[in-house]
Ligand binder design. Sequence first.
Ligand SMILES: [Zn+2]
Length: 118
Amino acid sequence: MQVALAFVDDDGNEILLDAEEAFTLFALTNDLDSATVSACPTCHSRVLAAVALRDLLVDAPPHPRAGDLEVLADEAPTLHVYAVDLVTGCDHQGWRDPGSEEWFEVVGDYQPASHTED
Ligand SMILES: [Zn+2]
């Protein structure tokens, strides 16, 4: 599958979504707004509050990957999980708050495992 969006926790656990899954997830959750701690203004990369993300997914209309994402959020070793936009090709230059520093520290050079298999 062509990975469009990755959700990663501080242990490196990852849930990978293709473009359609990512599109519908953002559509069903109002762009993950209520769980977003900090977000790049020009792509979908963001820092998410794990508890709020789980609550948001439980309350949102059903999404085929919601169960996987709920497990990731439930088992995250820290308060946050990180969304990585893998299709926009953004360098996040406009993202300048403390959340962006945390995001870069955890997933700034992230590549999904599936990219190394092909
Ligand atoms: Zn960006």
